[in-house]
Design a protein around this ligand. Structure first.
Ligand SMILES: [Zn+2]
Ligand SMILES: [Zn+2]
Length: 672
């Protein structure tokens, strides 16, 4: 019997369907589906896992936060426990049938580790199993799956060791630092604070950006803009563009203020070739999806669904270069029978000779690309949007350069030089296929040198320099990649964790007072700097290449953590005060109308949230809160009863204002 182990049930079902050419029987072993078929006179069975079914944790005796000091945990070896008993039981039954084992989990560090965990478990159940192989594929399509099973390879223990080192190091760092900070600030239970090896430097990026914005001093400047008219109106700007001196700006303006004519001195035309974007890897995919309004977590989970449906390739990849083995023409022919048929045919008959290529080239998976068309599958609107994005990106990478013309025009207005630039698309090519870039530059009318153009008006505008922009989820993921923070598989999850711990808000992406305080409390400690995390990330690459051992890497990281803890323990008093103050600020909804002390958001013994006066027990003033939806603090008080007002943001609904006083005459929630 051949036993195939897949990462998820839905992938197991599709693999079985493909290998059996549709002649598959499904049954259940306990509660777990198993797919069975005959192939070459042999019985094949396929079972799906739920990702990791083995959990790594400290032994139970070390789980009491108050009894074991965080620094003691550093040297404790974690142990492995089965976390999905039903699946383990099913595997045990199957192991007794002496199968030829084929690991068909996702092909990357995490997938290899999941596979090795199962191999070890099955060998525990049956020592006689010795035929073990690996199927390696980047897309769940008939061709890729058949090829992978015809060309089985060995398990790559270097790769799984790299995955395991990350698992162990993150467990130790997370547990030690999180316990330390939660104990120091007396925040235990549901409201614990966390610090993590990747999480904290990422949070620090957001905090530093927020500081730059807060410390930014706008500098005023002046611009002199002439509105000109020939068929259409367009703007020409004084050649100095930003004028920093007010008197100078006024002097120039006085000279041109009442002019009615501008003379064209010079026209410069250039033809531009604009290259299409490069193939999608995880980071650039998430950046583009973020531009379309998808959160990173959401975009990633949709891309995984499309992968399992056999529509797009494996979405976790750093690669931005199509490998020579990839049949680009075959994919284009498939797309010719889809909703992108027009674009695919255009690219087939009139595409670029070689696809574009990005800077990063790896050999594990190709860039994200379409592998099938949704014939019998009904995609929901979000899946459709992501599928379309991936298809259009693929088509664009194979389409011809766009051709455009830029025009720089110099005008003379009363001996002062003004400039206008225009942009005109001549051949859209890839830009018609990939319409996600909005062109901000405008076109100018036809102009000739020496021509006199009418001036509609001339204005002197005051403006000021702008603070740096906040990160979007997409640009934050890009920055994390530059700094080697996290991996393609974990970056979006890290951002989600920061949100869940209430360290950041999503729109805009900015740190909360607690988030700022946690980073500031860490001060100069290496744990908020990207360098140490990046070093570990590079070590993991070395492990996967067989150039370093798992044991050495874990040992070194324990040493690093010991040093970090020594610094933190010295500062624990300062950390306690600053975080607790910030936490209080974050939960203060305003002043108590009865006694003037701060009103705080609290959680009752029954886990219900409410607002209570910090003057308790002297002041027993409380207000109830809706139990669902986000709470946004305002500085406003009710005009009727002087009680603080909060905003409630229901998931997916519109934000509304609420006067905390339930007896207030302004009872109705006011929509805004
Ligand atoms: Zn009070
Ligand atoms: Zn009121």
């Amino acid at each position: 019997m051949r036993l195939i182990i897949s990462e998820k049930d839905i992938a197991a079902r599709r693999i079985a369907y493909i290998l059996s050419e549709g002649k598959v029987k499904s049954s259940k072993l306990g509660k777990i589906p198993v797919y069975e078929f005959l192939k070459d006179n042999e019985t094949w069975k396929v079972i799906g896992l739920r990702g990791h079914i083995i959990n790594v944790d400290f032994p139970a005796s070390f789980n009491q936060w108050n009894k074991i000091s965080p620094i003691e945990l550093i040297e404790i070896n974690p142990c492995k426990k089965v976390s999905e008993k039903n699946i383990a039981d099913a595997l045990k039954t199957l192991a007794m049938q002496n199968p030829f084992l084929i690991v068909a989990t996702d092909y990357d560090r995490e997938g290899e580790l999941i596979g090795v965990e199962i191999v070890n478990l099955i060998k525990e159940y049956n020592k006689n199993i010795n035929q073990i192989k690996r199927a390696k594929f980047s897309a769940i399509t008939t061709q890729e799956i058949n090829e992978a099973f015809n060309k089985l390879v060995d398990i790559d223990y270097n790769l799984s060791n790299a995955g395991e080192s990350r698992q162990v190091i993150d467990l130790i760092w997370g547990a030690v630092l999180t316990r330390f900070i939660s104990l120091t600030t007396h925040r235990l239970g549901k409201d614990f604070l966390s610090i993590g090896r990747v999480q904290s430097p990422t949070l620090a990026l957001l905090v530093n950006k927020e500081k730059e914005i807060k410390n930014f001093t706008p500098v005023p400047f002046w611009k002199i803009i002439a509105t000109l008219k020939k068929e259409i109106t367009f703007n020409a700007i004084h050649k100095k563009n930003q004028i920093w001196d007010e008197k100078e700006a006024n002097d120039i303006y006085k000279k041109v203020e009442f002019c009615k004519e501008a003379k064209i001195n010079k026209i410069d035309k250039k033809i531009l070739k604009e290259m299409p974007p490069t193939p999608f890897n995880t980071t650039s995919f998430l950046e583009s999806a973020s531009y379309l309004g998808f959160s990173a977590v959401n975009a990633m989970s949709i891309a995984e669904q499309l992968y399992i449906y056999g529509l797009t390739s494996y979405p976790r990849t750093d690669n931005t270069v199509y490998p020579p083995s990839l049949n680009l023409k075959g994919i284009l022919q498939k797309l010719s029978n889809s909703e992108f048929s027009k674009e695919a045919k255009e690219v087939l008959s009139n595409g670029r000779p070689y696809p574009t290529r990005g800077k990063k080239q790896t050999t594990d998976h190709p860039p994200i690309h379409p592998v099938g068309v949704p014939n019998k599958i009904n995609l929901n609107p979000n899946q459709q949007k992501i599928h379309e994005l991936i298809c259009r990106r693929f088509l664009a990478t194979l389409a011809k350069d766009a051709i455009s013309e830029t025009m720089d025009v110099t005008f003379d207005i009363s001996n002062e030089e003004f400039k206008a630039s225009g942009y005109k698309l001549i051949q859209s090519n890839w830009k018609a296929i990939y319409p996600y870039f909005k062109e901000k530059r405008k076109s100018l009318p036809e102009l000739v040198e020496g021509e006199i153009v009418e001036i509609v008006e001339i204005n002197l505008n005051k403006d000021h320099t702008k603070p740096p922009q906040r990160y979007t989820q997409g640009s934050l993921i890009g920055k994390m990649e530059d700094l080697l923070l996290g991996t393609k598989s974990t970056r979006h999850e890290i951002i989600q964790k920061l949100f869940q711990r209430k360290y950041i808000t999503f729109s805009p992406l900015a740190p909360t007072p607690t988030g700022i305080a946690v980073v500031e409390a860490m001060g100069d400690c290496d744990v908020v700097k990207p360098k140490m995390t990046a070093t570990l990330e590079m070590d993991m690459d070395l492990i996967s290449e067989g150039k370093k051992t798992l044991d050495d890497t874990v040992k070194e990281s324990r040493q690093m953590l010991t040093n970090v803890m020594k610094t933190l323990q010295k500062d624990s008093e300062k950390i306690r005060t600053s975080i607790n103050n910030a936490h209080r600020e974050q939960n203060t909804v305003g002043k108590c109308p009865r006694c003037g002390k701060p009103l705080l958001i609290r959680t009752s013994k029954k886990k219900k949230r409410f607002v209570g006066c910090s003057g308790f027990p002297d002041c027993k003033n409380t207000y109830s809160l809706p139990q669902k939806g986000g709470i946004i603090l305002t500085e406003n008080v009710c005009s009727e009863c002087n009680t603080p007002i909060v905003k409630i943001k229901p998931k997916g609904g519109r934000t509304w204002e609420l006067c905390l006083n339930s007896n207030c005459t302004v009872k109705k929630p006011r929509k805004n």
